[in-house]
Design a protein around this ligand. Sequence first.
Ligand SMILES: [Zn+2]
Length: 194
Amino acid sequence: MLLISCKNCHKVYEKENYDEFVCTRCNHKVRKRVKNSLQVSLALTICAILLYIPAMLYPMMEITKFGIKTESTILEGVVSFIEYKSYFIAFVIFTASVIIPLIKLVGLLLIFISLKIDIKIRNKNKNRIFKFIEMIGKWSMIDIYVVALLASVVQLGEIFNIKGGLAATSFALVVILTMVAAHRFDTRIIWDER
Ligand SMILES: [Zn+2]
């Protein structure tokens, strides 16, 4: 006899085997593992990593220095804010748009790769990394809000302007793909015997 709980509503069933069935409470299709979970999440993470490159390399902002408009990437923008002695804004932009997305991507990639090939990370630690990513995932849209908010605040000084385009689109996609990759991943796979 097996005890199986619905991943959606957590109702517990007694079953003879792992055949899929429909939850009588919430109509969720109960499967032993989410279908192709690891493959899909890994693919989404790799896409997000590739999109992170144009997000960093293409101009995201327009900065007016001595009356001259220059386009700058996120990192050049951070440097400009440091030059203007706006250390707090520089720190927030750097953390929200460079560090947090990077931590999430590297963490997810590490977990997924370690499940594909046998890297020695203890399951508990993999689980911890994942929980951490999920935790900062709750704040992940902050990346975009911070940049949007700063754009509107700082624009008053006519120094700084967010421009749309390739970098901004790539950046938004990085955030969204990372969220979907983490959300769709079936953490039970971490504990499967390999
Ligand atoms: Zn259910």
